[in-house]
Design a protein. Structure first.
Lengths: 387, 228
């Protein structure tokens, strides 16, 4: 006969505040960093008017977004151990007849439910986004962002509620004086101390890091057997969105292609040969995606500032970039003045010494320092300059 | 539409008022507690009892526990909870948390019904799969382990299980082989199942090796002696 267990049915030798508070602290730090880097990424993609994101340091987005995905992945084992350590509380009974106890317990249960569902949701959707799998009908970006606020809010509330307990657990001893008294009668797999459990958890977190971080940290590439990307790709750089996915036809960059540059009511047209005839600049810049992966390449092309100058625009102009892509949310992007004026911002024609492939954005693409990959518009067809 | 919204609003306000009414004593106790916290900790039942009933004269041989404590030691957590500085920090943190959560809710205001429904399914689904499937399975495995595994194998088995579980869950997305862009050959481009199989074998081998070492060192005997 299967019965619903009660809190008392669980062994509480390993479980308890001593373990929960320690794992919870590590998990809270991971979630905190993940939240901050996530908000930063959101600002990078949908920059609010009051914020002018600088093009320097060029590696900033690569680092923040790499950390975002790494902390999220490392949080997986931490969250599992944390939830395991409090699982018996799930079966805590409280009176269901209207009373203060019911209200207080009900509110307590409610915010914990919000916290647990939001935390799991964030990790699951984040990990699936990394492999580009979207088996749902909500928008990933806006939902992941909204639930991030709910998760972090519930987490901060949780810390407020548990603060005295956390403090006493962290300042108290980890293991009780008694060694595991009765290993055979212990209802859970036993024979291990809290210290061993904690160390195992830290090793598990490190394992999650090493096994996946190679997509961000180049020297981990060979050991990151579960990294979403090996780091290989045409011209030495992986592709995030192929031409076929973006709805760009194979002959998009054919002889008929011309770049339109609009400024002050006039439209100037340039062929790829015209662009190649301009002074070429080499820049080593990373392409850094929201999925956390990044790869450096040497890009060759014309500084956007040189093109706007050729169109007659003064420095401090803003450029609105349009792609030939017909599918996906990022067919256009905007280069604010500080990016246009930066000579490292290129309309790139070549990558690592060879012409761009179609999947890399042939005939030309934007590459700028410290920008999320989705704003490094490929298959550029039009630049609209406004001073 | 308008009627529904007004009705919902009224119900919400009434529910909130009812909640406040239910919590009236708790709130009053909070207010009293703030004043009381500056004074010495209030008497406990034990002390009152000790004063009321005459005690037998202390006997030198009596174990110390037999003498009623003048003041039972207050747990650190309870002491901290009433400290004025701690209370301010907690209230401030709580308010920030609630505001952040509400901001998150406000962000979904533009979602259409399909999006909302899907988001709710995924929100609830994750928790249901964890609490209803993964967690009970772990508890069940623990029970099986205590029944079937030799004592010397338990510690290696727990460590191995945590590491193997981490590998499996953290790699679940790439192991699934699913993604919406199958024509992109630079994505999900490693032999993940091979790596996972090798990892699983390595963990198993390590558990067996650690068990043999532990058995040789006599962990099994020591534990059995203790449990007698």
């Amino acid at each position: 006969m299967l019965t619903v267990p009660r809190v008392e049915d669980f062994s509480d030798r390993l479980r308890g505040p001593a373990v929960t508070a320690r794992v919870g602290t590590a998990l809270g730090i991971c979630f905190g960093i993940c939240f901050l880097t996530g908000v930063w990424s959101h600002f990078q993609q949908t920059t609010p008017g009051w914020l002018a994101i600088p093009p320097s340091p060029y590696w900033l987005y690569r680092v923040t977004q790499g950390i975002h995905v790494i902390t999220g992945t490392v949080a997986v084992p931490l969250l599992l151990v944390k939830l395991w350590s409090v699982y018996p509380q799930f079966f805590k009974r409280f009176p269901l007849r209207p009373s203060r106890t019911m209200l207080v317990n009900g509110l307590d249960r409610f915010y914990l439910l919000v916290l647990v569902t939001a935390a799991i949701f964030q990790l699951v959707t984040g990990l699936l986004n990394v492999v580009h799998w979207y088996p749902w009908s909500f928008s990933f970006r806006s939902t992941h962002y909204a639930v991030a606020w709910i998760a972090i809010g519930a987490l901060v509330l949780h810390i407020a509620v548990k603060l005295p307990l956390i403090r006493s657990a962290l300042t108290g001893p980890l293991d009780d004086d008694e060694p595991p008294a009765n290993a055979d009668a212990d209802p859970e797999a036993s024979g291990i101390s809290r210290r061993t459990l904690l160390r195992t958890t830290w090793v598990a977190a490190a394992l999650a890091f090493v096994a996946t971080a190679g997509q961000t940290v180049p020297w981990l590439r060979s050991v990151s057997v579960f990294a979403v990307r090996s780091g290989d790709g045409p011209l030495g750089v992986p592709i995030n969105r192929t031409a076929a996915e973006a709805g760009v036809p194979p002959d998009a960059g054919g002889d008929a292609w011309q770049l339109e540059i609009g400024y002050n009511g006039r439209t100037k047209r340039m062929s790829r040969a015209d662009l190649e005839a301009m002074d070429q600049v080499d820049e080593e810049l990373p392409i850094a995606c929201v999925e956390g992966r990044s790869a450096s390449g040497v890009w060759t092309g014309v500084p956007v500032a040189a093109i706007t100058a050729a169109a007659g625009a003064p420095p401090g102009a803003r450029v609105f970039v349009t792609s030939m892509q017909t599918r996906g949310a990022f067919a256009t992007s905007e280069l604010p003045p500080q990016f246009v004026d930066d000579r490292r911002t290129l309309l790139a024609l070549r990558l690592n010494g060879a012409d761009l492939t179609l999947d890399h954005g042939y005939p030309c693409r934007i590459i700028a320092p410290n920008r999320p990959g989705v704003l490094q518009t490929k298959w550029v067809t039009k630049l609209e300059v406004s001073a | 539409m308008r009627v529904t919204r007004v009705a919902l609003g009224v119900v919400g306000v009434l529910a909130g008022l009812y909640g406040l009414w239910l919590a009236r004593d708790v709130l009053a106790a909070q207010v009293r507690g703030r004043r009381a916290s500056r004074q010495p900790l209030s008497d406990t039942g034990i002390r009152r009892e000790a004063v009321a009933t005459p005690q037998p004269p202390p006997v030198a041989d009596l174990v110390p526990q037999a003498v009623p404590h003048a003041q039972p030691p207050q747990p650190v957590a309870a002491r901290d909870a009433t400290a004025p500085g701690m209370r301010t920090v907690r209230v401030a943190l709580g308010a920030v948390g609630v505001l952040a959560g509400l901001y998150g809710l406000w962000l979904v205001r533009d979602f259409d019904l399909t999006q909302l429904r899907s988001a709710v399914v995924w929100l609830v689904g994750g928790a249901v799969i964890h609490d209803g499937l993964l967690a009970p399975a772990t508890v069940g495995l623990g029970l099986l382990a205590t029944r079937w595994l030799p004592v010397a194998a338990r510690r290696p088995a727990v460590v191995g299980f945590v590491l193997w579980g981490t590998l499996t869950v953290a790699a679940a997305s790439v192991l699934s082989g699913m993604n919406d862009t199958p024509d992109n050959e630079t994505l999900v481009d490693r032999s993940y199942w091979l790596s996972w199989s090798i990892g699983t074998v390595l963990v198993l081998a390590a558990v067996v090796a650690a068990t043999l070492v532990a058995r040789r060192r006599g962990v099994s005997r020591a534990s059995n002696t203790r449990s007698d």
